[in-house]
Design a binder for this molecule. Structure first.
Ligand SMILES: Cc1cc2nc3c(=O)[nH]c(=O)nc-3n(C[C@H](O)[C@H](O)[C@H](O)COP(=O)(O)O)c2cc1C
Ligand code: SF4
Ligand code: SF4
Length: 257
């Protein structure tokens, strides 16, 4: 994360204490009915900025200003539930290209996803023009590993690693990179939802992510640093398949105490 600081304009502050109450790191105190930041080593979550009724708090070093929130956006639970229920992994794509602005919108959903400790430690590798080159390396690796997999995994015995095993001839993919598996996975889930909202079909490719993590050549080409992981790969394109009904799933395993 870049270096940022939190500032409070004491002229504007009315000493209501809302920022202090909502700060997750106890980093704000009230002195003479004015809020004061204790140190600049907090997690820079911006709750103090977001909650202040007088817009007296600001954070430096960002490319974007905070936006005023009018009426809060509330998702309609039925629509959301239907979207979650009817989405499917897409493995057949049309040849239609994904416009750059749609890719940007999907990445934006990942950028805005929360991260533990506000680490903002997820980055994105967009694959479009050179997908074949990267897929070839991954295919080569998996063809080498397949005999071993066949020994332990019955499904692998029926698997053929064809030339399009990973990307299924899709026009684009985004690899999510992070040191933190959870942060990367949360971003991936929101990006999937956004991609679906933009009319795209998505395949979570755990296999391509695995290939990246195991291939020295791919790690080098993608400039992954030590500790970085390809947490997930979203294969993206317009679906060439229509699903006519939902899929049955087992009941939720719930324990209540
Ligand atoms: C973490 C994760 C990794 C996955 N990796 C792959 C993959 O590498 N290749 C593939 O064909 N499907 C992959 N899938 C898709 C799953 O097989 C699929 O989600 C599951 O069978 C349920 O089908 P649905 O997504 O259509 O509901 C992955 C799914 C998840 C959540
Ligand atoms: S940015 Fe977050 S952690 Fe830092 S002072 Fe504001 S509310 Fe507290
Ligand atoms: S929320 Fe705003 S007005 Fe209230 S104490 Fe904090 S800085 Fe001052």
């Amino acid at each position: 994360m870049r270096k940022h600081t939190v500032q409070i304009d004491s002229q504007t502050c009315i000493g209501c204490g809302l920022c202090r109450k909502d700060c997750p790191t106890n980093n704000i105190q009230l002195e003479n009915k004015k809020a004061k930041i204790i140190a600049q080593d907090c997690i820079m979550c911006g709750h103090c900025v977001a909650v202040c009724p007088k817009a007296a708090v600001s954070m430096t070093g960002f490319d974007e200003p905070p936006e005023e929130i009018g009426k809060p956006t509330v998702l309609d639970p039925q629509t959301l539930s239907a979207a979650i229920k009817t989405r499917r992994s897409i493995r057949q794509f049309t040849k239609q290209q994904v416009p750059a602005e749609v890719i940007a919108q999907v990445i934006e959903a990942g950028r805005l996803t929360p991260t533990g400790g506000n680490a903002q430690d997820v980055s994105f590798i967009v694959l479009k023009d050179e997908m074949d080159r990267f897929e070839k390396l991954a295919v080569k690796l998996f063809r080498r590993l397949l005999p071993l997999m066949k020994l332990v995994n019955p499904a692998a015995r029926r698997t053929d690693i064809d030339d399009h095993f990973f990307f299924k001839k899709a026009p684009a993919a985004i690899v999510l990179v992070s040191r933190n598996q959870v942060n990367g996975s949360l971003a991936a889930a929101n990006m999937e939802l956004m991609a679906e909202a933009c009319g795209l079909g998505v395949l979570y490719s755990g296999f391509f992510s695995m290939a990246v993590n195991r291939s020295r050549a791919l790690r080098k080409m993608f400039q992954l640093k030590r500790g970085d992981k390809a947490v997930m790969t979203l294969v993206l394109g317009y679906p060439a398949v229509t699903y006519r009904r939902t899929v049955q799933k087992d009941p939720a395993a719930v324990r209540q105490f």
